[in-house]
Design a protein around this ligand. Structure first.
Ligand SMILES: NC(=O)c1ccc[n+]([C@@H]2O[C@H](COP(=O)([O-])OP(=O)(O)OC[C@H]3O[C@@H](n4cnc5c(N)ncnc54)[C@H](OP(=O)(O)O)[C@@H]3O)[C@@H](O)[C@H]2O)c1
Length: 304
């Protein structure tokens, strides 16, 4: 299984892990394409090279410009869960390369306002939707050629059980994505320990979501991530806040469980790499962890 990112957690600058990831994809592409990494025409001689991998959908993205935020990457992406922790970094990295990004949201305007600034004028398009309503999902994916699903929740609410959020919505979106016919890339976010017989209902529902997505949309890429860390994370920040407010920090279990936290920016870079590659990641599952393994005790000590 590919995918151990090689970046040290804690720093938010240029992404070494993402570079390693992109290099791996590039290497794979050049194996498929000979020495002509960029799909298209050989520099001299006019021989056309193309990937042997089938790309679903009716059209290929048209690229224009030098690759910055004012270019046209050809990607028109709907990012479900864009208002969440990972979603904002995915939107930022998509917008930075000149993509148009649909931002389905269900709450108030404040939830997407910060995302608008990440792209050129008109490139970030907030759209109110209801994840339980198929017509509403069809509307937010209608003009897209890429779907990223970052929806997930680690607690249940009165309206949404684990199964509703993690399995039901993923099942619905992936089914409609296949019916759409023009979705070139589909990236589904999942959890590292997702398994059918896990003792956690959350992880069982994440695994059921993976299976449903691959059944509905076999070319989808599944990214299973370890706990993500970053400026707004809910792991280290929670302990840091507790350490400020309480005389002791409550630690789950004996504190000896092991975690391999991964930087959220690197996970977003992996999403972008899966979108940009020429088909290598399609239909595959990758596990994303950081470079170091810590016990919970060690992580708590580091965060306070
Ligand atoms: N954070 C981690 O450490 C971690 C670790 C492993 C895997 N993952 C997975 O990675 C993905 C992204 O995680 P994250 O930390 O960015 O999650 P997050 O911050 O909790 O954001 C979740 C997103 O899903 C949306 N959402 C939740 N319930 C919904 C519902 N019933 N209907 C419609 N939208 C709903 C939220 O929308 P609202 O803003 O409207 O609530 C939000 O945009 C998830 O699939 C998660 O399971 C995360």
């Amino acid at each position: 299984m590919a995918g151990a990112l090689v970046r040290k957690a804690g720093s938010q600058s240029a992404s070494g892990g993402a570079r390693a990831w992109a290099a791996a994809f590039q290497q794979q592409e050049s194996l498929l394409l000979g020495d002509h990494g960029d799909l298209g025409f050989e520099k001299s001689g006019g021989v056309r090279y193309s990937s042997s991998l089938a790309v679903s959908g009716s059209h290929r993205p048209v690229k224009r410009g030098t690759g910055g935020r004012s270019s046209v990457s050809g990607v028109v992406a709907t990012v479900f869960g864009a208002t969440g922790f990972l979603g904002r970094y995915v939107v930022q990295q998509l917008a930075r390369m000149g993509s148009q990004v649909m931002v389905p949201y269900r709450g108030v305007d404040e939830e997407w306002r910060h995302l608008k600034l990440m792209g050129d004028l008109g490139q970030i398009v907030p759209m109110k939707y209801d994840a339980k309503d198929e017509d509403s999902i069809k509307a937010v994916i209608a003009n897209s050629n890429v779907i990223v699903n970052c929806i997930g929740r680690e607690y249940e609410t009165r309206n949404f059980s684990f199964e509703d959020v993690n399995y039901g919505i993923s099942n619905r979106i992936s089914k409609l994505a296949k019916e759409h016919g023009g979705i070139l890339k589909y990236v589904q976010m999942s959890c590292l320990a997702a398994a059918p017989h896990s003792s956690s209902r959350l992880l069982r529902s994440k695994h059921a979501a993976e299976e449903a997505v691959l059944q509905n949309f076999p070319e989808a890429t599944i990214l299973r991530t370890a706990p993500m860390v970053g400026v707004e994370d809910r792991l280290l920040n929670r302990w840091a806040i507790q350490a400020k407010k309480l005389p002791v920090v409550p630690i789950p279990g004996d504190g000896l469980s092991k975690l391999q936290p991964v930087l959220v920016i690197d996970v977003a870079a992996a999403v972008i790499a899966a979108i940009r590659d020429e088909g290598f990641s399609m239909g595959k599952t990758f596990e994303l962890g950081g470079p170091d393994v810590f016990t919970v005790n060690e992580l708590v000590r580091k965060s306070i």
